[in-house]
Write a new protein. Sequence first.
Length: 132
Amino acid sequence: MNTDPIADYLTRIRNASAARKKMVEIPGSNIKREMTKILFDQGYIRDFKFEEDNKQGIIRIALKYNPSTKVPAITKLQRISSPGLRTYASSKDMPRVLNGLGVAIVSTSKGLITNKEAKRENVGGEVICYVY
């Protein structure tokens, strides 16, 4: 049994991107769906599709690459808060990822949002991961 589904999600995307795969399939959950929507909205993935089956469902993600150089859009996915060491940030202390070029996904009382949205809405929360 997987004890950290978010780390599994990030690792599957990281490995598929390193192997230059076009698609990656991930077992679904609500938090993974929200993270996938954020990655799509921020332009890190090309497309996604949620498929329901008898269990939890499957998330199919089409990875995005530069058309000319074939460099992945996601250069790094870094897990910040883990089950053994939770990391929280207030709205004033929200991290800037890669001097504002990357995003941090933050779990707040308003759901999963980026660090920029959390700062704008003046909410803090648990810093899940950095994406750039």
